[in-house]
Ligand binder design. Structure first.
Ligand code: FAD
Length: 487
């Protein structure tokens, strides 16, 4: 184990350093900086190598956390990288953007700040990339079987990499012009720069995975034709249908789904020409929805030079500390203070939007908002008589997602869906259509990158078993394992 007395010698937790707010909002580069290695090592030495490492189960990937904390402490970065890549295809993604359920289940967290597990992960991952420890893993034999993966987000990428390494011939179809799913066009560069996605695509191409961007299955190729052409198909299309707010004034100009704003901004940051780009310069911005998507809009609006940024959350204020009814090792529902929240703006809780008001040109001017009332029958809604106005030139709806896009999957192959809008599946990730599997947000509902990677790995083992009769690929999570929902 790492230093047996580490947690006694160093009771304080020291996280990743970040660039000062006034500097970082001038650009879209990553907010966080590298930590010096000796600090990461000291922090890793706080890991107690517990008899029952609850962090293993907190992490959907089953990451071998005490093992790599020990290796970090011993300055054995290459071994740490090997141990990390045993359970996680893309640790530089999760090391940056995972909310780290491993840390909320860290045993040290019972009476001390938890070990900085995420910091160890990202420092191992970045060191591995810097020193060239991450190389293509080319399969030693080919099976002659073919697999189509539809969607190139973290779930599709993880499934494709595992299946390619198992010797199958894998093609990834993506309707966007660039590969990466929400890693590319949802999550802004200030949380994760895109050269990291590019590196993994290059690695996967060198291993033999083929990518077909700008190809929409259901339109350019039918689902039925795809199924006929491949021995198996993996649906990793995400849960992209946004939740709307059909109140009076919804059709006014200046009210957008958050993803429309974020995709355009990500494209502009990538150097694309974006005609009529939605920009927040000098505007009063109001964001409806207090989750990760809303936080990404806050950070983007500040970088655009918004006059004010207000987030409205319909529910009660979330606690900043673990509440008593969600004790260790549960993953508590607390307010996640993201880097974007540190950069400014205001969050108003218990705010129910009643209507949008417009100006003479048909553009939004203000929101009418009432206090949210919790009723005896369990429902909630605007409390009469509490209405007030908030000025708004630009409104983003970041109210979550209602599930996967269904139309062509239903009409072309008769795919069944759950009542919550996800693609239906068994514990083997199989859909009702023979030979078609589903992973990530498409089958789980909107969730997290760490779940997408874990599901991609697990589904790959089930596809391999389906094709070959047996498998040696790991199966880290079942579809029914606990989901962490994200709005
Ligand atoms: P996606 O990443 O959604 O990828 C699906 C891909 O399928 C897309 O590229 C889409 O274009 C493609 N596709 C869809 N239909 C077709 C078709 N018919 N043919 C071809 N291609 C198709 N999670 C975190 O852990 N941390 C965060 O900080 C975080 N921030 C987020 C911020 C935002 C704005 C959003 C929206 C989500 C965030 N999430 C975050 C959630 C996380 O991004 C998702 O859970 C994860 O990306 C899901 O991965 P996926 O592979 O299932 O789907």
């Amino acid at each position: 184990m790492a230093d047996p007395r580490g947690f006694l010698k160093y009771p304080e937790r020291e996280g990743r350093p970040s660039r000062p707010v006034p500097v970082r909002i001038m650009d879209f580069n990553e907010v966080y900086e590298r930590q010096d290695k000796s600090t990461t090592q000291t922090q890793a030495s706080r890991c107690m190598d517990c008899g029952i490492p609850f962090c293993h189960t907190g992490c959907p990937l089953g990451n071998l956390i005490p093992d790599w904390n020990d290796l970090v402490w011993r300055d054995q970065w290459e071994e740490a990288s090997a141990r990390l890549h045993m359970t996680n295809n893309f640790p530089e993604f999760t090391g940056r953007i995972c909310p780290a359920p491993c840390e909320t289940s860290c045993v040290l967290g019972i009476n001390q700040p938890a070990v900085t597990i995420k910091q160890s992960e990202v420092e191992i991952a970045d060191t591995a990339l810097e020193r060239g420890y991450v190389e293509p893993v080319v399969p030693s034999r080919l099976t002659g079987k073919t697999v189509a993966v539809v969607g190139s987000g973290p779930a599709g990428l993880a499934a494709a990499q595992q299946l390619t390494r198992a010797g199958h011939t894998v093609a990834v179809y993506e309707r966007d012009d660039r590969v990466g799913g929400l890693l590319r066009y949802g999550i802004p560069d200030f949380k994760m720069e895109k050269h990291l996605v590019d590196f993994r695509i290059e690695q996967m191409e060198a291993e033999g995975t083929r990518f077909y961007p700008s190809t929409e299955i259901g339109a350019d190729i039918t689902w039925a034709a795809l199924r006929e052409s491949y021995d198996a198909v993996v649906v990793a299309t995400g849960a992209m249908v946004p939740r709307d707010l059909p109140v009076p004034g919804r059709s006014l100009g200046g009210i957008h789904f958050a993803m429309d704003y974020l995709v355009q901004s990500n494209k502009a940051v990538a150097g694309d020409e974006v005609p009529d780009q939605i920009r927040a310069d000098g505007k009063h911005v109001v964001i409806l929805g207090g989750g990760d998507t809303g936080a990404d809009c806050i950070g983007t609006a500040h970088r655009h030079g918004a006059k004010s940024v207000t987030t409205l959350a319909i529910g009660k204020e979330l606690p900043r500390e673990r509440p008593g009814h969600e004790p260790w090792p549960m993953d508590p529902r607390i307010f996640e203070m993201s880097s974007a929240h540190e950069e400014g703006g205001e969050v108003q809780w218990l705010a129910s939007t009643v209507e949008f008001s417009g100006d003479e040109n048909g553009n939004v001017r203000a929101l009418k908002v009432a206090e949210t009332e919790y009723r005896e029958d369990g429902s909630r809604g605007p409390k009469p008589g509490t209405e007030r106005e908030i000025p708004a030139d630009l409104v983003f709806l970041a109210l979550g997602f209602t599930g996967a896009e269904q139309e062509t999957l239903d009409s072309q192959v008769g795919m069944e869906f759950t009542s919550r809008g996800a693609v239906g599946r068994t514990e083997d990730y199989q859909t009702n259509v023979e030979g078609i599997f589903t992973v990530g947000d498409a089958g789980r509902g909107a969730s997290l990158v760490v779940w997408a990677i874990a599901e991609g790995r697990a589904a790959a083992s089930k596809v391999d078993e389906y094709l070959e009769g047996s498998t040696r690929l790991p199966y880290p999570v079942k579809p029914s394992d606990r989901a962490i929902s994200l709005t």
